[in-house]
Design a protein around this ligand. Structure first.
Ligand SMILES: Nc1nc2c(ncn2[C@@H]2O[C@H](COP(=O)(O)OP(=O)(O)O)[C@@H](O)[C@H]2O)c(=O)[nH]1
Ligand SMILES: [Mg+2]
Length: 199
């Protein structure tokens, strides 16, 4: 089907700010699209693939590294926002609580938030923390979509089955977008969805 949406081209992408607490959040003046998901699910990799800038967001093999909310200015007009990973057990409890609080602050009180991309790993059924996050986002009335990451790690013949489990587990009405930061599969569907939010 011919798409009616003119998919955005990302001409420029620059890191603008990190916020470790509510007071450090930049003014809510530009439209924002945020990424949320468990530690290590592939948020930074998705941001780098989406923007075509390999080193823009730090990719870490050590889960639980990103403690801040990171803001990236796209095309001088909107912010892509990388939220701290949730659900990683091996960090200090006090630290975990403060990340939770920061995500909560952001998601409950950000007037310029146009949409939230919720990332889950296509290899596994949604975890309890993913289900809680999805239900909470829905209850807040935030526009959201789910991206199933690391598509390249699942053989083609098994992908549909994995997606079904994710769609059912999170009780999605709009199915998850399968995505690979390695191959770029799913990138067009994702950018099209983001373009709609930014219109
Ligand atoms: N094969 C594969 N690996 C990925 C993909 N996305 C992320 N990874 C890997 O998963 C790990 C965590 O990625 P990262 O983007 O830092 O996750 P974050 O903690 O959610 O920001 C890194 O080792 C990445 O190279 C993907 O689409 N395919
Ligand atoms: Mg990251």
């Amino acid at each position: 089907m011919l798409s009616l949406v003119k998919t955005m081209r990302i001409e420029s992408a620059t890191f603008t700010a990190s916020a470790f607490n509510k007071g450090q959040l930049p003014p809510a003046s530009l439209p924002e699209i945020a990424m949320v998901g468990r530690s290590n699910v592939g948020k930074s990799s998705l941001i780098n693939r989406l923007t075509g800038r390999k080193g823009l967001a730090r990719i870490s093999s050590t889960p639980g590294k990103t403690q801040s909310i990171n803001f990236y200015l796209i095309n001088e007009t909107w912010h892509l926002v990388d939220l701290p990973g949730y659900g990683y057990a091996r960090v200090a409890k006090s630290q975990r609580a403060s990340w939770g609080k920061l995500i909560e602050c952001y998601l409950t009180d950000r007037s310029n938030l146009r949409g939230l991309v919720h990332l889950v790993d296509i290899r596994h059924p949604p975890m309890e923390s993913d289900i809680v996050m999805q239900d909470w986002v829905r209850s807040l009335g935030i526009s959201s979509l789910v991206v199933a990451t690391k598509l390249d790690k699942i053989p083609r013949g098994k992908r549909l089955q994995h997606l079904k489990i994710i769609n059912a587990g999170l009780r999605l009405t709009n199915p998850a977008i399968p995505f690979s930061a390695v191959t770029g599969e799913g990138l067009n569907d994702l950018t099209e969805a983001l373009s709609l939010w930014l219109q």
